[in-house]
Design a protein around this ligand. Sequence first.
Ligand code: ATP
Ligand code: MG
Length: 420
Amino acid sequence: MSTFKAPKGTYDLLPPDSGRFLAVREAIAAPLRDAGYGYIETPGFEDVRLFARGVGESTDIVSKEMYVFTTKGGDELALRPEGTAAVLRAVLESNLHKTGNLPVKVWYSGSQYRYERPQKGRYRHFSQVGAEAIGAEDPLLDAELIILADQAYRSLGLTRHRILLNSLGDATCRPVYRAALQDFLRALDLDEETRRRVEINPLRVLDDKRPEVRDQLTGAPLLADYLCDACKAYHEEVRALLDGAGVRYEDDPKLVRGLDYYTRTTFEFVHDGLGSQSAVGGGGRYDGLSEMLGGPELPSVGWALGVDRTVLALEAEGVVLDLPPVTSVYAIPLGEAARRALFEKVTELRRAGIATDLSFGGRGLKGAMKSANRSGARLALIAGERDLVDGSVQLKDLESGEQHAVPLAQAVAEIQRLLG
Ligand code: ATP
Ligand code: MG
């Protein structure tokens, strides 16, 4: 062991388990690509003010969880805690929204950093795949994104995820509701910090997970009762579209999100096998964010799914992903001359697109066979001095144990035939 450890709240992805991470990322990305979302990648850090403005000063993310640092040049930067603000910054900066092709549909994948209290499913470095549809106000888009996330979870074999759905209203109806909620909350027995939150961002008090707060929220006014006609119609349309797609969801009138910029459609994906870190993903509409960043009016909708928690959800459901074996052929050279001859074959096989590994370091047959079996390969390609004198190699089927000799020159063709 070295004297160093991974920083608190982080962990390493190691093979072979890391294969599941890649598979989850890919499973989330595949439906997006097929639905016209293009890949976008932004830097791992941004001007701290982008997040302060775009996520909201009063959010936990900005007020408590950000990794902020000053560069040698004097810039105040923050490691990104989430993806949306940066994606919108990039779209505005590159004028992607001016191509006349709205909405701009993009997806991203990458690390996020939040200074949180680490626990299972809650890390300081974690991974998200996210999608954003920027520049169109259309319930079809809200529905499309929810359906694509559901499709991703299903393609992984998850069945115990649930979709919670709500509407947060818009600039017309939310202020009325906000005032009513504040009146209600001001009368409660709350601690100092929560009282402050009531004044700055009362909706987020509804998101409080503490039982002593939750108990008092029972009679709180609900946004659903305050939605203006336009918001109500929009929300009904999203619900009808999900119904039409056969995607089940639960109306959750208390669902709010930790980020300030959400309007109208808000949703969360939860998984019941994860204990208190039950959210595997979340998102919603953020019609006002572009203007908050100094851009034009660009109503948008998006989500971010947590890769780490999705992997935990797979574990909780006991889903074993059907990952293709990393190695198809494992070469075992016995002796100096065989090393060279087989290394050539290995290179040839790899160039032919066949996943091939070999035994390094001049190991004996027994140890090398163990590695071959552990690699998951279907075939072992074995050659000793005597085989080479005959101009042949041994091909061993690692499942049946059957072995036969083939001419060295035909080894690649024979392997291709056997692997189909
Ligand atoms: P939570 O309520 O659990 O703190 P959140 O509302 O902060 O979640 P979002 O900002 O919406 O989460 O991020 C979307 C997804 O990213 C979450 O549903 C979760 O799967 C994942 N995620 C967020 N924070 C963490 C974290 N600290 N560690 C691991 N995954 C995380
Ligand atoms: Mg959080």
